[in-house]
Design a protein around this ligand. Structure first.
Ligand code: PMP
Length: 303
């Protein structure tokens, strides 16, 4: 494939049947989103958020893009902004991986850290304050922007049904902003209402009524219910402890030759639980949002 802009390499990622033993020979397929050029599922979102702002006339030639992010959306937004030569300021809570912050800066973004203890809510507040002070600025605000689930409804959902010409019994995916889960779940249910949509969170996230607390699984977990879940049927919510997610990170390297981040590890642990509930030969589709390579400084492979 010959390309002339790196954006042409976004999407159309492989769908990989995981070589894992499951009860009842249930098949688990994972969309390998680490193969996007910025290394994560959020390259798709960066493109959509900026294209949407431009289409609505809110982003012009010199607009400064300001966004609160756990990291991957920052890289996706910085990549999309680089292509359009737009300045970017990303507001990132301190606890997120150094590799992601280095990559955002490499793409030309300016970083502002907020205290880890203030969580993503602290980063959102700071980004809003900055946008209010910065003339000609635009805040895509992934946490409420309908362009977020639309990204995945329009791209990832259709890719999955093009890749797999069989009924999908369950779609299993983590939620940070909730955009990936909401967009793909809505798409797959529109094609086959029998597909169960199962959301995954780490322990320390609130979807199952737990108390918020810090966790090592990066990129998923919510401090407030995503607004994208308002009109969505969620068939189950699985809460995966960090240790279970990290065990699967190590297992996938050894058994599948694949480097996955901790949110992907949580997706594997949850998919294996779901596999136990399904009839023989059913299909589960999950998402691997990024690779372990951006978490090596966080000892992702250490027990
Ligand atoms: N995994 C990783 C590694 C991520 O960076 C993100 C985005 N924060 C997610 C999962 C969750 O994606 P979403 O925001 O679409 O829920």
């Amino acid at each position: 494939m010959l390309i002339h802009h790196i954006q042409e390499a976004i999407g159309n990622t492989p769908l990989f049947e995981l070589p894992l033993a499951t009860p009842n020979h249930v098949h688990i397929y994972a969309k390998l989103e680490m193969f996007n050029p910025g290394g994560s599922i959020k390259d798709r979102l960066g493109e959509y958020l900026l294209a949407d702002g431009i289409r609505r006339g809110e982003i012009t030639k010199h607009t400064t893009i300001i966004e609160p992010t756990a990291g991957n959306t920052g890289i996706g937004v910085a990549l999309a902004a680089q292509a359009r030569q737009l300045p970017v300021i990303l507001v990132v809570p301190e606890r997120f991986s150094a590799e992601k912050q280095t990559l955002m800066q490499a793409l030309g973004a300016k970083l502002i850290n907020t205290p880890a203890a203030d969580g993503i809510k602290g980063a959102i507040k700071k980004a809003q304050a900055l946008a209010a002070q910065t003339p000609d600025s635009y805040l895509p605000m992934q946490f409420t922007n309908p362009a977020n689930p639309a990204t995945y409804y329009d791209t990832l959902g259709p890719e999955i049904t093009q890749d797999l010409h069989e009924p999908i019994a369950a779609f299993v995916a983590g939620a940070g902003s909730g955009g990936t889960f909401a967009g793909v779940a809505a798409y797959l249910k529109s094609k086959d209402p029998r597909t169960q949509a199962i959301v995954v969170e780490p322990a320390g996230s609130i979807l199952n009524g737990g108390q918020p607390h810090p966790h090592r699984t990066e990129g998923i977990g919510v401090e407030f219910i995503p607004p994208f879940f308002d009109h969505l049927t969620i068939d189950a919510t699985l809460t995966i402890p960090d240790a279970d997610a990290f065990l699967q990170v190590r297992t996938l390297a050894k058994q599948a030759g694949l480097f996955i981040g901790s949110s992907s590890g949580a997706a594997v642990a949850a998919s294996l639980q779901v596999a136990e509930t399904l009839p023989a030969g059913s299909n589960i589709v999950t998402i691997f949002p990024d690779s372990s390579e951006r978490y090596l400084s966080e000892s992702i492979y250490d027990v």
